[in-house]
Structures are given as structure tokens and as C-alpha cells.
Write a protein that binds this ligand. Structure first.
Ligand SMILES: [Zn+2]
Length: 377
């Protein structure tokens, strides 16, 4: 089991502060994990991620399998070496991208045949293949291969996908037990609870997966287009069904308010592309809500995005300058906006953690949400 210590739990909610240990360092929770789809957090260096406080990032199995391919990464000595990142890495199973991005040819109980979204070439993923790819990537945390139904899903299909996910989860455990890590460091394996928006399926899935004994558990199949209320309900329900002594990871979430509410529900780990993607679209985050910094209101505004932010961008540059860079499509604009947004999301998880440790999470959450929501989401 992944070494995980709980330092504090909030008296009035499910929020908790903990630390899990990997062979590439300790990670304090709650934690936000920047997404490095192709082995890079878009526009920033690993050192910059680390300076912002990032201690774990996510790599995408599907994308890295297609490009540059496994041989190159294996010859590099794994993804840590290849991308120059010495902290923890988590890789997804490839399932989500296969089901959402690739052209599906055939899904059977054995696995999935699909065509690459890049060149149409045919590939096959099954639990063994997903584990094999993640072994070669060498992530500290691997995710079990799963099927994530889109929203809305018919109950019958949601149940079928869940049952398949359960069988695949067993195969992932068997394969991982039989084949050790390649590069000498420990690789942990997390199971993924599915069940779409059906509470009874969520209960069934959590019960089955926890009986198998994974290192940690993810809540999958949320943030796939369902209304916010359902996202919150499924997250809270599923988190309450997972073992207290192991990390809980909410996949693909999300917006700051959703992260804060999910921390209150007992979630420890988050990942999402929105800080980096929105940065490149000129949307930056402040304690007072999102700021479309390209708007005319920033044209002559010579103040930082957030005067209290410690990031490189806020220490040196103004909204007017950032708006100018983005409007003339200077790459530096993308970098500066990304650095700030990463800092905001990393600091958000860090502030929640500090509040939990100091027994003031409820008051912190109320104040954060009040201020953040005055300008919408
Ligand atoms: Zn900043």
C-alpha cells in the first residue's frame, strides 16, 4: 500500500490533510496535479512547476504511447528521465482518451480496438497493455484501465461499463503483481470507481474495487458534462465509500469552487487542464473569480493579476502588459499566464491544507467561496 499519513481531519466536513510518499518524494494533500499531456506542462519547465510548489504531475498514457512511442521513453530510462522531472508522476490508464478521442472500432470484454486520432493507425488497448505502457513510462502512480461512459449514459450501459471496469481492474492487479517495475522505483496502482450518475452503481463499484485492495482509489466518470449538482453528489457519495486510510483522487476536476467543495467531501487529489488551457486563452484566476485579462478593462491597468500572488508573473508584470502580450500572440504571454494559473491552483490546494491543519477549514471555505463567486465561476 502507498504510505499515506493523515495529519488532520476537519471536524465539520470530510476534509482531510495528509501526505503520501513515493520514491520521487512526498506529496502533501489536498494536492493539485498539473497536467503534462505529452510529457510537458504546456509552456513551462519542470523547474518552474517545482518553484510554484508542484510535487506531482500527470502524464497521458494514450498520447505518450502514440508519440513519441514506448521505445524512445524506455531508452530514455522512463518518463521522469525523458522529461527531466524528478518529483512524482501519475499516469492515467489511456482509457479516457481511447473512449473520448480515438475512433473506436470495437469494445469487447477483453479490450478496445481503436484508431489513432492523429493518423488513423489501428491499436489495441487492454488491461495488460495499459499496465505495460505505464510500466515503461515508469510513473509512481499508475491507474487501472477503465471504461468511462459519457454523460448522459443509459443505466444498462453504465452498468455494463462498470462491470467491465471491475474485470479489467482485477486483471491490472494480477498483471502488476506478476511484472515488477522496470526502473527500480515502486509503482503504485489506483483503482477507478465508475457507475456514472447512478448511486447504487457507485456503491457497487466502490465496494467491489475496495475489496480488491488497490493502493488508492479514484473517482472516475465525473466532469464528463453532467450538471454541477450531479458532479457534487456523485463525488460526495463516492468519497464517503472509500477507505479513510488511503488517498482519494477525483479525476479531471476542475473548477476552483468544485475543488473546494470536493476537498470538503474528503477528496485528496485533483488534476485538470483548465489552469493551463485557460491561461493560453487569456483567462486568469484571482481570489475574486476568473479574469478575462484580454478584455479592454485591463488595457491600461498597471496592477498585477493578484497583488497577493507570489508567482513570477505577479511579482514582475501588470495586467496591461499581460493583455498586450496575449493580444499580439507573444509566446511569453502564454507562459506568464500559465505560471500564474498554476500558482493559483497549487496555492488553492495548499491554502485548504493549511486551513485543515489549523482547524479553520469551514471558515476558510466559506470566505473563499463568497469572494470567488462574486464574479461568477
Ligand atoms: Zn500570480
Amino acid at each position: 500500500m502507498i504510505p499515506f499519513t493523515l495529519q488532520a481531519t476537519d471536524a465539520d466536513s470530510g476534509a482531510r490533510a495528509g501526505t503520501f510518499q513515493t520514491d520521487h518524494g512526498a506529496v502533501n494533500t489536498p494536492v493539485f496535479m498539473p497536467v503534462g499531456t505529452y510529457g510537458a506542462v504546456k509552456t513551462v519547465t519542470p523547474e518552474e512547476v517545482e518553484t510554484a510548489g508542484g510535487r506531482i504531475i500527470l502524464g497521458n498514457t494514450y498520447h505518450l504511447y502514440l508519440r513519441p512511442g514506448l521505445e524512445v521513453i524506455r531508452h530514455a530510462g522512463g518518463l521522469h528521465e525523458f522529461m527531466g522531472w524528478n518529483n512524482a508522476l501519475l499516469t492515467d490508464s489511456g482509457g479516457f482518451q481511447v473512449f473520448s478521442l480515438a475512433k473506436l472500432n470495437n469494445i469487447t470484454d477483453a479490450g478496445v480496438t481503436f484508431q489513432s486520432h492523429i493518423d488513423g493507425s489501428r491499436h489495441y488497448f487492454d488491461p495488460r497493455q495499459s499496465m505495460q505502457i505505464q510500466r515503461i513510462l515508469g510513473s509512481d502512480i499508475m491507474m487501472a484501465f477503465d471504461e468511462c461512459p459519457p454523460y448522459p449514459a443509459e443505466r444498462a450501459y453504465a452498468e455494463e461499463a462498470m462491470q467491465r471496469t471491475h474485470r479489467w481492474a482485477e486483471q491490472c492487479l494480477e498483471y502488476t503483481a506478476a511484472e515488477g517495475p522496470i526502473y527500480g522505483h515502486t509503482q503504485y496502482l489506483f483503482g477507478i470507481v465508475q457507475g456514472s450518475t447512478f448511486p447504487d452503481l457507485r456503491r457497487m463499484s466502490a465496494a467491489h474495487l475496495t475489496s480488491l485492495g488497490f493502493d488508492g482509489y479514484a473517482i472516475g466518470g465525473v466532469a464528463v458534462g453532467e450538471p454541477k449538482q450531479e458532479l457534487r453528489q456523485m463525488t460526495a457519495l463516492t468519497a464517503s465509500l472509500l477507505p479513510e486510510e488511503q488517498p482519494r483522487y477525483l479525476m479531471g476536476v476542475g473548477k476552483p469552487a468544485d475543488i473546494v467543495e470536493s476537498i470538503a467531501a474528503g477528496v485528496d487529489m485533483f488534476d485538470c487542464v483548465i489552469p493551463t488551457r485557460n491561461a493560453r486563452n487569456g483567462l486568469v484566476y484571482t481570489p475574486d473569480g476568473r479574469l478575462p485579462v484580454r478584455n479592454a478593462t485591463s488595457a491600461d491597468d498597471h496592477t498585477p493579476i493578484d497583488p497577493d500572488c507570489t508567482c513570477y508573473t505577479c511579482r514582475h508584470f501588470t495586467r496591461a502588459y499581460l493583455r498586450h502580450l496575449l493580444n499580439v500572440n507573444e509566446i511569453l504571454g502564454h507562459r506568464l499566464a500559465t505560471l500564474h494559473n498554476l500558482q493559483f491552483f497549487l496555492d488553492l490546494a495548499g491554502a485548504a491544507r493549511a486551513a485543515i491543519l489549523e482547524s479553520r477549514f469551514g471558515a476558510w471555505k466559506t470566505e473563499f467561496l463568497r469572494r470567488y463567486r462574486e464574479n461568477g465561476e
